[in-house]
Design a protein. Structure first.
Length: 437
C-alpha cells in the first residue's frame, strides 16, 4: 500500500485507485475481489469512493489508450517490479485525459505519491516529467488513437472472426460509455418506472439512464429493502424469461449464485432448488432471497456431484465462464482473461450441461447460458450437446421477447459484444433452449 509521510496529505481516492490497478493488472485480482478485501474503500467518504471508482474504472476502460500515451513519453518501459509506479502513472494519465480534473493538482499528487514509497521514490522526477508532457500534449495525441485499442488483441481477433469488424467498433464504443442501471422488477413495473424515472424493457426490466440515476448507494434506493426489484442487466434477465417458469413446477438452478435468475424463477411460483458449490456465494444468494421475500431451497454442492431426489420439470444452467460478455460493466475482465481460460472453461461447461441433462425428466426444458462472448463457450457447447446428449432443440418464443428478437435464431439467442451501442448497451450473452428426449 502507498504510505504517505505525515507532512504530505494524499487523496485516499487516488491511493486506493493506484492500489486497485496494481492488484488487478499486476497480481490478477478482480475488482470485486479487491473491493471485498479493501477496508479502506468503505472508510472513505462517498465523494472519495466515487472518485476512486471513477479513476480505476477509467484506467481499465481506457487501458490501451493510456498505455500508448505513456509510451510516447517514457524513454524505456518501467522495470517489472515497479507495478505501483506504473499504476500511479496510469491513474494520473487517465484522470488528466478523461476525467478533466486540474492537471497541475494530479501531477503534483502523483509525484508526492511516488515519493511516499521506497520502491517508487526513485521515479518521482520521471513521474513529474512524463505527466507534465501528458497534460500538455496528451489530449491532442489522444485524437490519433482509436478506442478499439482498449480491447485486447486476442479478443479483437476472436470477436472479428465471430461477429465481424463492426462488432469491435461497437464494443469499443459501449466500453467507454457511462453505463445505465438495469433492474428486474417483480411487481408493478409501471409504478416503478415512474418512481425511478426509468424506461421499461419487456415485461420485467427497467433501465435507468446515468442522468436519471439516484445518487449514492443503490441499496438506499426506494424499493430495494422492500424487495420490489433487483439489479440485473437486461441480458442477464433473459434466460429465466426464455425458460418460462410455471407455478408449482420443479426447477433446478445450477451454478445459481448470486441468485438473480433464481429469484426470477421463484417469483413465478415455481419450486426452486438452487445449487451452488461456493458457500460464501450461496450465503449471498440466501440473503438476496430473504430480501426479496422468496422461498428457495439452497444446496451447497458441486453440480457435477449433486443428484436431485426427483427429476426436474426444468433446469437452468448459468455455467461458470470467462465472463468476457460483461466487459462494459466489469472492464477488468478484459485484462484478466486469456485464450487458455476459454478452453479450460469449455470443458467444465459441457460436463455441467451433461450433468444437468441427467436431472431432467423426459420432455422437460433445459436452458444453458453464459455471459461470455466466446463461441467456444456458447455455440460450440450447444452443438456438442445436440450431438452427444439426449437433448433436442426447443424453439424460443419471440412474442414476449420482441425487444431482442433480432438476436434469436430457432433455439438459441446470441447477443454479440457491443449490442445496443446506441441504447446504453447489453451484456454479450449466449442462451440455448433444449428439451429432454
Amino acid at each position: 500500500m502507498v504510505c504517505a509521510p505525515m507532512h504530505v496529505k494524499l487523496s485516499p481516492a487516488r491511493i486506493w485507485a493506484a492500489n486497485a490497478i496494481t492488484a488487478i493488472l499486476d497480481h490478477g485480482h478482480s475488482m470485486d475481489d479487491f473491493l471485498a478485501g479493501s477496508n479502506g474503500f468503505t472508510a472513505m467518504s462517498q465523494r472519495d469512493r466515487a472518485l476512486a471508482r471513477a479513476i480505476a474504472g477509467t484506467v481499465l476502460r481506457r487501458l490501451g489508450q493510456v498505455d500508448i500515451i505513456l509510451a510516447l513519453y517514457l524513454a524505456k518501459p518501467l522495470p517489472p517490479k515497479t507495478g505501483l509506479m506504473r499504476a500511479i502513472l496510469r491513474c494520473a494519465t487517465a484522470e488528466i485525459l478523461f476525467l478533466r480534473s486540474p492537471a497541475f493538482a494530479i501531477v503534483s499528487e502523483a509525484v508526492s505519491m511516488a515519493a511516499s514509497k521506497g520502491k517508487t521514490r526513485a521515479f518521482r522526477h520521471l513521474a513529474n516529467a512524463v505527466l507534465r508532457k501528458v497534460a500538455a500534449e496528451g489530449p491532442e495525441r489522444l485524437k490519433e488513437i482509436p478506442a478499439t485499442v482498449n480491447i485486447p488483441d486476442w479478443l479483437c481477433q476472436s470477436w472479428q472472426e465471430a461477429y465481424g469488424e463492426a462488432a469491435i467498433e461497437e464494443a469499443a464504443k459501449v466500453l467507454i460509455e457511462d453505463q445505465p442501471t438495469d433492474l428486474t422488477v417483480f411487481r408493478e413495473l409501471a409504478d416503478w418506472t415512474e418512481k425511478l424515472s426509468g424506461t421499461p424493457i419487456g415485461e420485467q426490466s427497467l433501465r435507468i439512464s446515468p442522468s436519471d440515476r439516484q445518487a449514492g448507494d443503490i441499496t438506499k434506493w426506494t424499493g430495494f429493502e422492500g424487495g420490489a426489484w433487483q439489479v440485473q442487466d437486461v441480458a442477464a434477465a433473459l434466460p429465466a424469461l426464455i425458460l418460462k417458469p410455471r407455478a408449482e413446477e420443479y426447477i433446478i438452478d445450477l451454478c445459481a449464485a448470486p441468485g438473480g435468475k433464481t429469484a426470477q424463477l421463484a417469483a413465478s411460483g415455481a419450486r426452486v432448488t438452487a445449487v451452488e458449490r461456493s458457500q460464501s456465494r450461496l450465503t449471498r444468494l440466501d440473503q438476496n432471497m430473504k430480501r426479496l421475500g422468496l422461498n428457495v431451497q439452497s444446496v451447497c454442492a458441486d453440480a457435477l456431484q449433486w443428484k436431485p431426489e426427483t427429476l426436474a420439470d426444468a433446469v437452468l444452467v448459468d455455467a461458470p465462464c470467462t465472463a468476457t460478455g460483461i466487459f462494459r460493466r466489469h472492464p477488468d475482465v478484459l485484462a484478466l482473461k486469456t485464450p487458455e481460460q476459454v478452453n479450460d472453461m469449455a470443458e467444465r461447461q459441457f460436463s455441467i450441461l451433461k450433468a444437468a441433462a441427467s436431472m431432467l425428466r423426459p420432455g422437460g426444458r433445459l436452458i444453458y447460458c453464459v455471459c461470455s462472448a466466446q463461441v467456444e463457450e456458447g455455440e460450440e457447447i450447444a452443438r456438442r450437446a445436440l450431438e452427444e446428449l439426449p437433448l433436442g432443440p426447443l424453439a424460443i418464443e419471440t412474442g414476449p421477447l420482441s425487444y431482442v428478437e433480432t438476436f434469436i435464431k430457432e433455439n438459441y439467442l446470441r447477443i454479440p459484444p457491443g449490442a445496443w451501442d446506441d441504447k446504453g448497451g447489453l451484456d454479450a450473452f449466449y442462451i440455448a433452449a433444449f428439451t429432454r428426449q
